[in-house]
Design a protein around this ligand. Sequence first.
Ligand SMILES: Cc1cc2nc3c(=O)[nH]c(=O)nc-3n(C[C@H](O)[C@H](O)[C@H](O)COP(=O)(O)OP(=O)(O)OC[C@H]3O[C@@H](n4cnc5c(N)ncnc54)[C@H](O)[C@@H]3O)c2cc1C
Length: 458
Amino acid sequence: MNVPADIASEGPVFGRESAGYDDEVAAYQLGFGQRPDVVVGATGPDDVRAAVRLAAGRGLPLAVQSTGHGLPGDRAGGVLVTTARMRGVEVDPGTGIARIQAGTPWGDVIREAALHGLAPLSGSTLGVGAIGYTVEGGIGLLARTYGFAADRITAAEMVTADGELRHVTAESDPDLFWALRGAGGNFGVVTSLDVELVRQPRIYGGGLYFAEQYVTDALRTWLEWTADVGEEMTSSIGLVPFPDKPVVPVPVRGRYTAHIRIAHTGSTAEGEAAVAPLRALGPCVLDTLTDMPYTESDAIYRDPPTPMAYYGTNVLLDDLDVATAARIVELTGPGSGLNCVVQISHLGGAMARRPAAPSSVGHRDARFLVRVLSRVAPGAGDAVAAAERAGHERVYALFGDRVTGIAPNFLLGGPVTAEQLRACYDEADYERLAALKAVYDPGNLFRSYHNIPPADAR
Ligand SMILES: Cc1cc2nc3c(=O)[nH]c(=O)nc-3n(C[C@H](O)[C@H](O)[C@H](O)COP(=O)(O)OP(=O)(O)OC[C@H]3O[C@@H](n4cnc5c(N)ncnc54)[C@H](O)[C@@H]3O)c2cc1C
């Protein structure tokens, strides 16, 4: 398809042959490719409307990309709206609400919020886009204290499939507002999002790293410890074969390590007391726990800031016992033949409570999230990812009927199946989302990411 001459976009428009096309479609995720027919480098809501109308008029799918952390497998054809030019955040210190533009990464929001002693419910890394993360739930560093990020959305400006720009709130459009808070990418392109911040300028946090011979002990101790910790404590454990690269701290470089990640919203003394049993479990090769401003919170996970190739799946569990957890190490540790990172996050606390205005986030009752992340070769594509999935499924088979569902945010790379998508939501909510999709996007224009097909089309 040629670049249409009449598209009313202030921002640049690219066809496959245009100079700059490859840079415009480049994503953080390197494992998969995308070759849209047309890319609209949106500068504001009018450009987004023009792109939506173009796609709808030609019966093409419309995809959105902010940072490309969530590129969902190989993507071909259609119209892509890139939002990197729509970057900005304004904080109202009176209400504690941040208005976040479509292409804003968390790092910008964290910096702006900190000027007012506030923090967003962001995740492990600064580079992830705030909108993509939030509209699918958003399980952040402080999730057990403050809940899912999606529950803090108070309003959105979004362009729906009919090409209209809507101001969506709980009062104006209760159904769309509910759907947006958990399944947002299926219902439109958000041009700006209002989210409630929290008064948490500092935290006690960081990582405890245990060498290979202590990995199983660390996992057992962490798991038992989660049974009694308060809601101020959000934590996870990573079973990580650290690469032998200069960016990795020397004590863990090239080594299989248990990495316990801590974010505590109480005082430093309370945080220190809470982690004492973990520190006592064996010699730490690296201990980075400290009082820190929230602006430094990406030091907890130390996710790589540079683009990578990865394929990640997950399951939510209602419980996890020590014996089963030990089997995870056998199945994924050195010598297992599976080259992957496993992460187990402790859920519950505020995440388990329903917000005053309901949202479509699923499986609030889950106590643990188990993620398996495989490094894949750049450009590996859907076929390689599908083969990796067999290894992931061997891990999940350990959990039997303890599995309650899947967290959509952590379906990273593709292909994502209809069955996986359905498992992201509570059963009745999935049916309601599909019915709403038939109302707001009957032609399934927004089908390029974690798609919930309209009820009529199934
Ligand atoms: C290194 C890394 C760390 C992560 N850490 C966390 C974490 O701590 N907690 C967590 O919950 N998740 C985490 N994630 C997952 C992340 O939240 C999702 O991948 C999310 O989709 C990324 O959003 P993005 O905008 O950065 O990516 P993109 O690939 O640009 O967007 C992904 C999708 O989000 C939707 N989207 C983006 N912008 C808009 C918009 N303006 N309107 C409507 N839909 C939009 C679209 O459907 C798009 O396809 C992490 C992912 C990575 C790779």
